[in-house]
Design a protein around this ligand. Structure first.
Ligand SMILES: [Zn+2]
Ligand SMILES: [Zn+2]
Length: 170
């Protein structure tokens, strides 16, 4: 439950716990596929007049292909959440703060979940840091060994020196 009634909050801190499907519209526009539901847990409490502080965490798993060798990759993602919901416009300069209407009757925590998830997911996936990728010529997966394509051309300066020597020999 990620919408909390302010009357409930007036009685004391509220434990928040929710599981959002990976294809929930909240996550639209995300560059990666969420292979697991997004699990959210936290504690929301009043932090003075018109201010509410939510401290929690989220976790899920993203899926995609390795950017270098194209094998399927799954990667766990987790993030802490520190969010301030405030009716005071001056408090909104803080990047972790979210506006709350003066006549609000509830706090919707979902924008903070989306924001934190967007920051936590990697821009691209790699199967491992030292993945060698695919040969640009034949497409073979170089993690499985060399492909037999000729090595990259030698440094141009040395090559022209060799050509010069050949010419002198002629
Ligand atoms: Zn790879
Ligand atoms: Zn090759």
């Amino acid at each position: 439950m990620l919408q909390v009634d302010l009357r409930e909050l007036a009685r004391g801190p509220v434990q928040t716990r929710a599981e959002l499907a990976g294809d929930d519209p909240l996550f639209e526009g995300l560059e990666v596929v969420l292979a697991d539901p997004v699990r959210v847990a936290g504690r929301l409490q009043s932090a003075g007049e018109g201010r509410f502080y939510w401290r929690g965490s989220l976790s899920t798993q993203v899926a995609g292909v390795c950017r270098r060798c194209l094998v399927p990759v799954a990667l766990p993602v987790a993030a802490d959440i520190d969010a301030l919901f405030s009716q005071d416009p001056d408090a909104l300069e803080d990047p972790n703060s979210y506006p709350l209407a003066r006549d609000a009757t509830e706090i919707d925590l979902r924008p903070a979940v989306r924001e934190e998830l967007l920051l936590a997911v990697p821009q691209w996936l790699v199967c491992r840091d030292d993945c060698r990728g695919l040969c640009p010529r034949c497409g073979k997966d170089l993690n499985a060994g060399p492909c037999g394509c000729p090595a990259a051309p030698a440094d141009g300066r040395w090559r022209s020196l060799a050509q010069l020597k050949d010419k002198l020999r002629d």
